[in-house]
Design a protein around this ligand. Structure first.
Ligand SMILES: [Zn+2]
Ligand SMILES: [Zn+2]
Length: 420
C-alpha cells in the first residue's frame, strides 16, 4: 500500500513555495529592521510548559495538544504555539540580565489536534513576534506598527486594526466576577464546555464558536468599563502613539481573550479584501505569563500570524514561481561537455539554468523549455559550434539571434540579468 501523509499534515510543494519564501523573507526584513532578532525554539517541550503557559481550561490544552510520553516516561508536547517556549528560553538563558528589553521573532510549524478543514491543518505555520521586559505603552504601539507595516509590505489590502484593553491583575478579576454573575443567569444557553468552565475560565465564552454561546454574550458587560485608572492611562497612551504613527484603529469591546494571563492591550487585524471579514492576526499584552510559568514578574506583548491564512490573502497577480532564466538545448555528443561547463558557470553566477539530460530531440527539448517557462533557450548545435556560435532564442517574443561562443557567459549574464 502506498504511504500517504498523516491527516491534517500538508506538503508545501515547489509551485507554492515561492509565496512562503516571500512571506518569510519579508517578515525577516521588516522585523529585523524594527530591532527584532530571530530565535529558534524546540518543537517539543515539557507538557507542563503549555499547560501553565496557555492555561489548563482552554481548548488547546484540554483537547488539541499532541502529547505523549517519551521512553523515560516524561510527558512531552509538540508546541501548539510559540509564546510559552520563547518565554521559557528567555528565562532559562537569563536573557534579561543582558538587557531589560528583548525583541524576538520566530517562524515555524505548530501542532494542534483540530478537525482538519480546508486551509486548516494539524501542522500549521506561524510567524510570532514578542517583546519581553517592557510595559511601556510605546512598545504596544511599536509592535502594532510593525505588524501593519509587514502586512502591507506583503501586499494585503483593506486592513482594519481593532484594539481593546483587557485590564490588569488588579482590575481584571472584578470584570471576571462580573462576567461569571452575568453568565450564571444565562448558563442554560451555554455549551457544555462553557458551563463547565464558567468558574475556572469564564472569559473563554467570548472565544467559543458555539452559536448559543455567542448569543449569550451579546449584551455582556464590556471589559473596558471595568478597567482601573492605570489601565485607562496605559490604553490612552497606546492610542496616542498609534495616532502619532499615523495608524487608524477601531475599538472592539468584544475582543476579550479567553486566557487569564492576557492583560491590557489586545489587538486584531482584519482584512476585508475578499469581500468578507478575515481575521489575519491577533495579539496582545500578557504581563502575567512569566509568573504562570514560574518566572519573575516580567511583562510581555506579542502577536502570531497564521501563515496559511496570510498566504491565501496574497495578491493573486503577483508571480512567486521561479522559472529558469535559461534553458540550454544541446545537439550532438560533442556539444554536451561544452554545455555542461557553461551551465556550471551560469549556476555559479546565480543564473537559473536547465538542460536536457536525456539526449532528446531538439523539438522535445524546446517543448520542455516551454513547459518550464524558461525565458531564453540557448541552442548549442554541432554545426554552429564549429563556427564558434550558438543560437539564443527569446521565448517571449520568439526572436532568435546567433551569438559568439567566445564571451558567451558574459553575454548571457548581461541578457538574463537585465530582467531579473
Ligand atoms: Zn488595571
Ligand atoms: Zn461555548
Amino acid at each position: 500500500m502506498e504511504i500517504k501523509a498523516i491527516r491534517g499534515f500538508n506538503d508545501i510543494l515547489p509551485d507554492e513555495i515561492g509565496k512562503w519564501q516571500f512571506v518569510e523573507k519579508t517578515a525577516r526584513e521588516v522585523f529585523e529592521g524594527f530591532g527584532f532578532s530571530e530565535i529558534r525554539i524546540p518543537i517539543l517541550e515539557r507538557t507542563e510548559l503549555f499547560a501553565r503557559g496557555i492555561g489548563e481550561a482552554t481548548d488547546i490544552v484540554e483537547k488539541e495538544m499532541y502529547t505523549f510520553a517519551d521512553k523515560s516516561g516524561n510527558s512531552l508536547t509538540l508546541r501548539p504555539e510559540a509564546t510559552a517556549s520563547m518565554a521559557r528560553a528567555y528565562l532559562e538563558h537569563q536573557i534579561y540580565t543582558f538587557d531589560p528589553v528583548a525583541k524576538f521573532y520566530c517562524i515555524g510549524p505548530m501542532f494542534r489536534y483540530e478537525r482538519p478543514q480546508k486551509g486548516r491543518y494539524r501542522q500549521f505555520y506561524q510567524i510570532d513576534a514578542e517583546v519581553f521586559g517592557v510595559d511601556n505603552p510605546m512598545v504596544d504601539a511599536e509592535i502594532i506598527v510593525m505588524l501593519i507595516h509587514f502586512l502591507e509590505r506583503v501586499g494585503l489590502e483593506k486592513l482594519e486594526l481593532q484594539i481593546n484593553s483587557l485590564g490588569c491583575r488588579k482590575c481584571r478579576p472584578r470584570y471576571r466576577q462580573e462576567i461569571i454573575n452575568f453568565l450564571k443567569k444565562k448558563s442554560f444557553q451555554l455549551c457544555e464546555d462553557c458551563q463547565r468552565r464558567l468558574e475556572t475560565n469564564p472569559l473563554r465564552v467570548f472565544d467559543c464558536k458555539v452559536e448559543t454561546c455567542q448569543a449569550a454574550i451579546v449584551d455582556a458587560p464590556k471589559v473596558i468599563d471595568f478597567i482601573d485608572r492605570e489601565c485607562q492611562d496605559h490604553f490612552g497612551k497606546v492610542k496616542e502613539y498609534l495616532e502619532a504613527a499615523g495608524l487608524t484603529y477601531i475599538l472592539n469591546p468584544r475582543m476579550v481573550r479567553g486566557l487569564d494571563y492576557y492583560t491590557r492591550t489586545a489587538f486584531e487585524v482584519v482584512s476585508y479584501q475578499l469581500g468578507s471579514q478575515n481575521a489575519v492576526t491577533g495579539g496582545g499584552r500578557y504581563d502575567n505569563l512569566f509568573q504562570e510559568i514560574g518566572g519573575p514578574d516580567i511583562p510581555g506583548i506579542g502577536f502570531a500570524i497564521g501563515m496559511e491564512r496570510l498566504i491565501s490573502l496574497l495578491p493573486k497577480d503577483k508571480v512567486f514561481i521561479q522559472h529558469p532564466h535559461l534553458f540550454i538545448a544541446v545537439l550532438g555528443d560533442e556539444t554536451i561537455k561544452k554545455a555542461y561547463q557553461l551551465i556550471n558557470q551560469l549556476h555559479l553566477e546565480g543564473i537559473r539554468a536547465e538542460l536536457d539530460y536525456e539526449g532528446k530531440s531538439l523539438k522535445s527539448q524546446m517543448r520542455r523549455a516551454d513547459k518550464l517557462k524558461a525565458r531564453y533557450v540557448l541552442i548549442m548545435g554541432e554545426e554552429e559550434l564549429k563556427k564558434g556560435r550558438a543560437v539564443l532564442r527569446n521565448m517571449e517574443d520568439k526572436s532568435q539571434e546567433e551569438i559568439p561562443i567566445e564571451g558567451l557567459l558574459n553575454a548571457l549574464k548581461e541578457k538574463v540579468r537585465r530582467k531579473v
